[in-house]
Structures are given as structure tokens and as C-alpha cells.
Design a protein around this ligand. Structure first.
Ligand code: 13P
Length: 311
């Protein structure tokens, strides 16, 4: 599903979603030019070792990801959870990228346990490559394990660990420099939301987080919009609220990088996503995936999220 597979043809649902995304002529041109660029699918059977994302080929392929945070408590539990989640990715599952962002110490065990059905990523990275940075883990270290994706800018890192926009930008740049991919997390606090500041807060976090990242490099960037008030609270944003902020974020990307990149970049929603809420969220034209905390620790729940259904 995630790599080492033949690149599949889009499902009808994805085509319908892509069509609704392609309302403007320029968007339509972008989709058509992508299709024209694709040779027959048989040319795209990727060797196992080559863990490449299909982002740049497909534009907005759905992306379902789990963030385990400081869980589970033992390696054995991590191995079982990764295997149980991987088993929910079947040939009938939506054509989506699936990733688990796990604690550093569980990365290799989770990779072995999950096989090639999903990406195993890191929850963060040090913006430095080597030197006297006790406790840090570098992009090169992660890359040497075959890790392709890492999170940057999660609100828990911003608030609890004091990571600044500049530090987060350093993480993004370092991952990109190493040929890796980054999921940049952004989102407003409850107070900011109440003051109608979701758009401006996201604009600042996007502009500062992505500073120095070129249009070409944006194929290795995904954005996760996670309103802080929705994280771990059970207060999932309604599909309409999430869609509205996602559209605003895409507009900011349009301003920064132009139509083609804005239309190609995946924007995931995170914050109390559950099996009950995923379908409504995924049906929105600007919601391209989910970043899931609590529910990703339960294989049955996360499996239902991976197997989201849109009408
Ligand atoms: P919850 O799904 O537990 O609200 O967490 C969301 C999150 O922070 C994912 O990064």
C-alpha cells in the first residue's frame, strides 16, 4: 500500500473527489497533465528497497496516519499493535498512503512487524545532523533505518517542549535536505479559535515552517491541520469547520507556491478523529487524510479509519 507496490489506478471515488477539487481551469489542467505524464502502470512496479512516496506522481492521494505519541509502553505491545494495524490494510482498502509515527525506540520493531503495508515514521527529528546534542536523533540516523517520513511542529512539541517556528523550520529543511519527507503540523489554540484567528495562525505557521522549501521540494511535504482544541479532547472539528480552514490553508499555499503546488499538497486533519467522524471529514474536498492520536492505539478503530468510506 505504502511502497513497493504497483501504482494503482484511481478509484471512482478518488476520481470523483479529484473532479470536485478541479473546479478551476488551472486545477483541471494540472490533473490532466499528471495523467498524461503517467506511462502504463506496469512501468511503476517499485523495488521493495525503494521506499518512495507516490505523492509527486499522484498529487493528492489520501494519507491516513497515526501518531502514537508516548505510547505504547513496551516493545512487545508496539510490535503487536503495528502488526494488527498492518493487517487492516487490505487490497480492498482505499488507495491511500498509511503511516504510523512511532517513538524512535520502536521504529525498527514496528517496521519489521508492519512489513510493506505502511510507512513507519518518526515523531520528530533534530534540526542538526551531528554533534553535542544530547538526547537528539538526526535525519541521517532515521534515514539509515529506512525512515522516510517524520512529523514536525506538533502542537505538543510547540507547547510542552517549546519548539519554535524557527526550530520546526530547521527540522523540515533537514529532512528535505536528506531526501526525506515531512508532515508539518499546524493549528490554532482554543483561545485563538474563539477570536477567529485560525486562518492567520495557520498562515504564520505555514510561512515560517516552510521557509526556504522550494516548490519542487513541496512534493515531499504534507500538512496536518490540527486545531489544538480538538486534540485529545473528543471535540472533533465538524467537517464544515475543518474544510473551511483547510481551504484557507490551501489558499495560503497557493499564495506561496502557486496553483499547481497548492492543488498537489496533501492537507490532513487531526484532532479526535474516530471511526465515527472519519467518513464525513474525508468527504470534504480539501481534506486529504487524517492524523490520528488516541484512535491509532486501537487497531480495530484505526483499521476502520484506514478503511474510510466516502459516498
Ligand atoms: P487525538 O486523535 O488523540 O485527538 O490526537 C490527535 C493528534 O494529536 C495527532 O497528532
Amino acid at each position: 500500500m505504502a511502497h513497493g507496490h504497483e501504482v494503482p489506478v484511481r478509484s471512482k471515488k478518488q476520481e470523483a473527489k479529484a473532479a470536485s477539487d478541479c473546479r478551476s481551469v488551472s486545477k483541471m489542467k494540472f490533473s490532466l497533465s499528471l495523467l498524461c505524464l503517467l506511462p502504463s502502470t506496469s512501468a511503476f512496479i517499485l523495488p521493495q528497497a525503494e521506499k518512495v512516496s507516490t505523492t509527486s506522481l499522484w498529487g493528492r492521494k489520501p494519507f491516513i496516519s497515526g501518531n502514537w505519541k508516548l505510547n505504547p509502553q513496551t516493545r512487545d505491545e508496539a510490535v503487536k499493535l503495528a502488526a494488527d494495524i498492518a493487517a487492516t490494510v487490505t487490497p480492498e482498502s482505499p488507495d491511500a498512503d498509511v503511516a504510523l509515527f512511532v517513538p524512535y525506540v520502536f521504529i525498527e520493531a514496528a517496521q519489521k512487524s508492519a512489513g510493506d503495508r505502511l510507512f513507519v515514521g518518526a515523531e520528530g527529528v533534530c534540526p542538526e545532523i551531528k554533534g553535542a546534542f544530547t538526547g537528539a536523533v538526526s535525519a541521517t540516523m532515521l534515514k539509515s533505518l529506512g525512515v522516510q517520513w517524520a512529523l514536525a511542529g506538533h502542537s505538543e512539541r510547540r507547547v510542552i517542549f517549546g519548539e519554535s517556528d524557527e526550530y520546526i523550520n530547521g527540522q523540515c529543511l533537514k529532512l528535505i535536505e536528506q531526501g526525506m519527507s515531512v508532515m508539518l503540523c499546524i493549528g490554532e489554540s482554543e483561545a485563538e479559535y474563539e477570536q477567529n484567528l485560525a486562518g492567520p495562525v495557520c498562515a504564520v505557521q505555514l510561512r515560517k515552517g516552510l521557509a526556504g522549501i522550494t516548490a519542487e521540494q513541496m512534493s515531499r511535504v504534507a500538512i496536518a491541520y490540527e486545531p489544538v482544541w480538538a486534540i485529545g479532547t473528543g471535540k472533533v472539528a465538524t467537517p464544515e469547520i475543518a474544510q473551511s480552514v483547510h481551504a484557507t490553508c490551501r489558499g495560503i499555499l497557493r499564495d506561496m507556491y502557486g496553483d499547481a503546488i497548492a492543488d498537489q499538497t496533501r492537507i490532513l486533519y487531526g484532532g479526535s478523529v474516530t471511526p465515527e467522524s472519519v467518513d464525513g471529514l474525508m468527504a470534504q474536498p480539501d481534506i486529504d487524510g487524517a492524523l490520528v492520536g488516541g484512535a491509532s492505539l486501537d487497531a480495530a478503530k484505526f483499521g476502520r479509519i484506514i478503511n474510510f468510506q466516502t459516498a
